[in-house]
Design a protein around this ligand. Structure first.
Ligand code: 5AD
Length: 390
C-alpha cells in the first residue's frame, strides 16, 4: 500500500526497498500527488543565516558552542539589505535562521520583523531554535508568519545521545513546542537528519509518521553529513559498535561526570538496520513525506544539493519536493555558517545561486511560484477555523 494511511512498518519497508520497479512506483506516485495537491510551482525562499553563535553543543553540528571557530552576527541594517535583495530577486519569503544565539534578543528580532514587513512584500519564516514562548508570541505579533524547528529524530534515546548538555530538553520537547507554535498562529515546520549514527529504518519510519501526525506545514529533511570538527563526525564503526576516541571527546569539552552514566554514543551498538546517510534514502524520504503529508511544503534541501549538486536538487523536486531555499547570506559570512563541510553554494554569490535555481526549475519543466506560498494545509485550516468562529 502506498497512501496516506501507511503503517510505520510499511513505511520502513519502503525505506529499505532496493527494487527499481517498486522505487519507480514510489517516485511516480509522489510526483503525481505533488502535482495534484500543490501544483507545478516551485517556491523560492531566500535563506539568510544571520548568526552562527550557538549556546548548544549538538554532537553533529559544526557551529556547536564548544567548537573554536569564527563567529559572526549580522546587524539589523545588514539583515534589511539582504531582505531587500530577496524581494528584488522575486523570492516571496525570507527565512531568517541562526544558531541558538541569546544575544539576538526578542526586541531586536521583533524590530527586524516589523521593518521587513513595513518595507517589503515578503513572508517571514523564523528558524532561531528553542526560544521562550513570550518571544515567539512577540515575533508573531511583529508579523512573522512561519517557524522552523527540526526535531532531528523521534527516537528519544538517540535524541538524548546527540544532545548531551544537561540542560538540553529531551524529545518530545520539540514536538510539544511545535504544537505550541501552531497555537500561537505560525505555520510550522519540522524535519530530521537522515543517516545519523544509531538511526534505524524503523526510527526513520517513525519520524515520517510523526510528520503526518503533526500535519506539518513544512518538512525539511537532509542526509546527515559528518563534520570532522565535531564529536559525531569522528565516530567510527568498529566491531559492531560506534566508537569515538577519548581524546576527541575531551577536545570537544565533553565529559561524563556521573560515573554511573553510560556514555551513549561511545558504545552505541551498530544495528543491521542502520540508515545510510545517502541521497538515495533522502529521495525515498522526500517521496514518502509527500505521500503521507500531501499538502505540505517540502524543500529540496541544501544537504541534498551538497551531496549531488544540480541532479540532487532536481531529483528531489521530481520526487515530491516543491520548495527551494537559495542562500542569500552575505558572501563574507556564508562559509562561516558551516553546520557541515562543503555546504552547497558556500562560495557562491547570491545572484549565482539564484540563476542556478531558476535554470534547474526550468530544466524540469516547472515554474517559479509568485507570492508568499503558504502551505495548503495552513490555508485550509485557517478557513475552517474562520468558518467555526462565525
Ligand atoms: N549534517 C546535516 N545536517 C545538519 N544539521 C546540523 N548539523 C548537520 C550535519 N552535520 C541540520 C540540523 C539542523 C539544521 C539547521 O541543520 O537538522 O536543524
Amino acid at each position: 500500500m502506498l497512501d496516506v494511511n501507511m503503517s510505520v512498518s510499511e513505511i520502513s519497508d519502503w525505506l529499505q526497498t532496493e527494487d527499481q520497479t517498486r522505487l519507480n512506483t514510489l517516485y511516480e506516485t509522489a510526483d503525481k500527488i505533488r502535482r495534484q495537491r500543490v501544483g507545478d510551482e516551485v517556491w523560492l525562499r531566500g535563506l539568510l543565516e544571520i548568526s552562527n553563535y550557538c549556546r548548544r553543543n549538538c554532537l553533529y553540528c559544526g557551529v556547536r558552542a564548544a567548537r573554536q571557530t569564527s563567529r559572526y552576527r549580522m546587524t539589523g541594517d545588514e539583515i534589511l539589505q539582504r531582505a531587500q535583495l530577496a524581494a528584488e530577486f522575486g523570492y516571496g519569503t525570507v527565512v531568517i535562521q541562526s544558531g541558538e544565539d541569546t544575544s539576538l534578543d526578542a526586541e531586536f528580532i521583533a524590530d527586524v520583523v516589523r521593518n521587513i514587513k513595513k518595507r517589503f512584500s515578503l513572508a517571514i519564516t523564523l528558524s532561531l531554535g528553542e526560544r521562550s514562548e513570550n518571544e515567539w508570541i512577540a515575533w508573531k505579533k511583529a508579523g512573522a508568519d512561519r517557524y522552523l524547528l527540526r526535531f532531528e529524530t523521534s527516537n528519544p534515546i538517540l535524541y538524548k545521545a546527540l544532545h548531551p548538555q544537561p540542560n538540553d530538553p529531551n524529545y518530545p520537547h520539540r514536538i510539544v513546542q511545535l504544537k505550541r507554535l501552531r497555537e500561537i498562529g505560525y505555520e510550522i515546520g519540522g524535519g530530521v537528519m537522515i543517516g545519523l549514527p544509531g538511526q534505524t529504518f524503523d526510527d526513520l519510519a517513525n519520524d515520517l509518521a510523526v510528520f503526518r501526525e503533526l500535519d506539518l506545514d513544512m518538512i525539511g529533511n537532509g542526509p546527515y553529513l559528518p563534520h570532522p570538527n565535531t564529536p559525531l563526525g569522528n565516530l567510527k564503526r568498529q566491531n559492531g559498535f560506534w566508537r569515538s576516541s577519548a581524546l576527541n571527546l575531551a577536545q570537544s569539552g565533553i565529559t561524563f561526570s556521573n560515573k554511573g552514566e553510560v556514555d551513549p554514543y561511545f558504545c552505541y551498538p551498530e544495528s543491521e538496520q542502520q540508515v545510510p546517510n545517502t541521497n538515495d534514502i533522502a529521495f525515498k524520504v522526500v517521496a514518502l513525506t509527500r505521500i503521507l503529508c500531501p499538502n505540505a511544503n517540502i524543500p529540496s534541501t541544501t544537504a541534498v544539493a551538497t551531496l549531488d549538486g544540480a541532479s540532487g536538487r532536481k531529483n528531489a523536486l521530481e520526487r515530491g519536493a516543491n520548495v527551494v531555499m537559495p542562500n542569500i547570506t552575505p558572501e563574507k559570512y556564508r562559509a562561516l555558517y558551516e553546520i557541515y563541510p562543503n555546504k552547497a553554494a558556500s562560495h557562491e554569490e547570491a545572484d549565482a545561486t539564484r540563476r542556478l535555481a531558476l535554470k534547474q526549475i526550468a530544466e524540469i519543466g516547472r515554474r517559479v511560484g509568485v507570492g508568499p506560498g503558504a502551505s495548503r494545509s495552513f490555508i485550509e485550516r485557517a478557513s475552517t477555523d474562520r468558518g467555526r468562529s462565525k
